[in-house]
Write a protein that binds this ligand. Structure first.
Ligand code: BG6
Length: 484
């Protein structure tokens, strides 16, 4: 890794994300010789020492020498709503800049309640923290707004302080190995790219299923729901990468431009069509595959007993461009489903039925499956003749798995994204226009839902969602392929 001395301002330093994902990722980067110091910022009081202990507790037990790493962390108690505290932050940061020879390079990482995003940026600017001799990058966590209007307002607030090129909007799915691999798979393999269109592909299915419930994030989730929590960002990004045209150059803005074109081309969901195209679900109690009984969403702690928030959503999207004309993209995501899994299935069209080869007519569709998690890899489903005298066909699956044979730890999504931000590569972060078009599409769905009072279908915890999600495909003569 090329060294980029940097001072990192970690807003939300004691929060769940920082503890679960970010400190372990910083540790990995430190071990790869990244050169940084961190100022942890949050409201609750901590000394540098107690903050370092908190970080130490987040590291894997077997990790080696930590002192050198932990010594680079400093803490300042800061209330975003009290700008006077930012003056103290400036003094500390100028001191650390000199002490560690960080050349004025700064990352401001906002892992905060979204209502503080704009204010944090403004206070940083007013206190002179963004006037620096090196570069400055802003990393911003989701949710980036809750509809188009609020996202645009937030964006305008941020643009008062940072240029678009300095804003790194995180979508952690873009840091996952197999999501990053979609482009290579498509554009480095002529056998796929030549058939990657409406002539040969019958439909695409994207599943992001989770077994967890809402956990500690009940109040956020109950106001958000599966559509805005998962579809607006992660699923839209996976559709964009699966469907985009090859960029003319392998460069950040060229790639992002092609992704924007896909999101922009997804047909908005009208009120007339919404019940035909979108399914909303909410889980009732049930048994998970490990045998644990779990309660209904409405009985979860801190969830409104009458909540109508969807914990599951399935939809059928169409991309109105030449390549994808008439090809449905089915998506589904939900909490408390059968398994934790993310997969993209490309289903190819069937061969014409041929009376002279009747014994081949039971062949199954060819499928290419991109396994994003928990396994990372690919599988390709083909037909061969059975190894006997019947002459009938049977399906076989060719599978490549990157992490099944203990090839070694692949870096976590956050580690990859942080490393990208340190070196100034924003390819795997979302540009404003991607976010904007994605919100417009979500707004069309939310408006149609409320106009048509789209029902909330129940599904048992531990299942793959409501029956209506199967009907969504059955109407077109398809079915969800089981997770593999
Ligand atoms: C987050 C959502 O963006 O992604 C969570 O807010 C969800 O609700 C999470 O659990 C899933 O991420 P991963 O990496 O565990 O699949």
């Amino acid at each position: 890794i090329q060294k980029q001395p940097t001072l990192i301002f970690m807003f939300g330093a004691t929060g769940d994300l920082a503890r679960r994902k970010l400190y372990p990722a910083f540790y990995q980067l430190y071990q790869k010789n990244q050169d940084f110091a961190v100022i942890g910022l949050a409201r609750r009081p901590h000394t540098h020492e107690s903050y370092r202990r908190l970080i130490s507790d987040t590291l894997p037990e077997q990790s080696g020498e930590r002192k050198g790493f932990l010594d680079r962390f400093y803490y300042l108690s800061l209330d975003i709503e009290h700008p006077e505290n930012f003056g103290v932050l400036k003094e500390l940061s100028d001191r650390l800049d000199k002490q560690y020879l960080l050349q004025g390079n700064r990352i401001f990482y906002l892992s905060l309640a979204p209502r503080f995003f704009g204010l944090a940026a403004k206070n940083l600017k007013n206190a002179g923290l963004t006037e620096t001799s090196g570069w400055k990058h802003l990393i911003i966590e989701k949710p980036f707004g809750h509809d188009f209007m609020s996202a645009e307002k937030l964006n305008n607030d941020l643009l008062q302080v940072f240029d678009e090129k300095e804003i790194y909007r995180i979508d952690h799915y873009l840091g996952k190995e197999m999501v990053q691999n979609i482009e290579a798979l498509r554009f480095a393999n002529p056998i796929f790219e030549s058939v990657w269109n409406h002539r040969y592909i019958s439909n695409v299915q994207i599943t992001l299923s989770e077994t967890l419930g809402v956990g500690e994030r009940a109040s956020y989730y109950d106001q958000t729901g599966a559509l805005l929590d998962m579809v607006q960002n992660h699923i839209m990004q996976m559709i964009a990468l699966t469907a985009m045209e090859p960029p003319s150059r392998f460069e950040t803005e060229e790639i992002r431009y092609e992704k924007v074109k896909v999101i922009q081309s997804i047909r908005p969901v009208s009120a007339e069509k919404v019940s035909d195209q979108v399914v909303r679900g909410q889980y009732i109690g049930g048994m998970m595959s490990d045998g644990t009984e779990v309660c209904a969403y409405r009985d979860e702690e801190k969830i409104d007993k009458n909540s109508n928030t969807e914990t599951f959503v399935a939809a059928r999207f169409f991309i109105d461009n030449y390549r994808w004309s008439g090809v449905p993209f089915y998506i589904r995501t939900g909490k408390r489903m059968t398994a934790k899994s993310t997969e993209i299935v490309i289903q190819f069209k069937d061969n014409p039925k041929n009376p002279y080869f009747y014994h081949l007519n039971d062949a199954e569709p060819n499928l290419l499956v991109i396994h994003v998690q928990p396994d990372e890899g690919l599988s390709l489903k083909l037909n061969v003749k059975q190894f006997n005298e019947t002459g009938n066909t049977m399906p076989i699956s060719m599978k490549f798995c990157n992490n099944c044979a203990n090839v070694g730890n692949t870096p976590d999504a956050y580690e990859r994204l942080l490393a990208d931000c340190l070196k100034g590569d924003s390819t795997n972060f979302t540009r404003w226009d991607e976010v904007a078009y994605s919100w417009s599409l979500m707004d069309s769905i939310v408006a149609s839902w409320s106009e048509k009072q789209l029902p909330l279908d129940r599904y048992e915890a531990g299942s793959m969602g409501p029956v209506s999600a199967n009907e969504l495909l059955a109407k077109d003569g398809f079915h969800w392929w089981p997770l593999t």
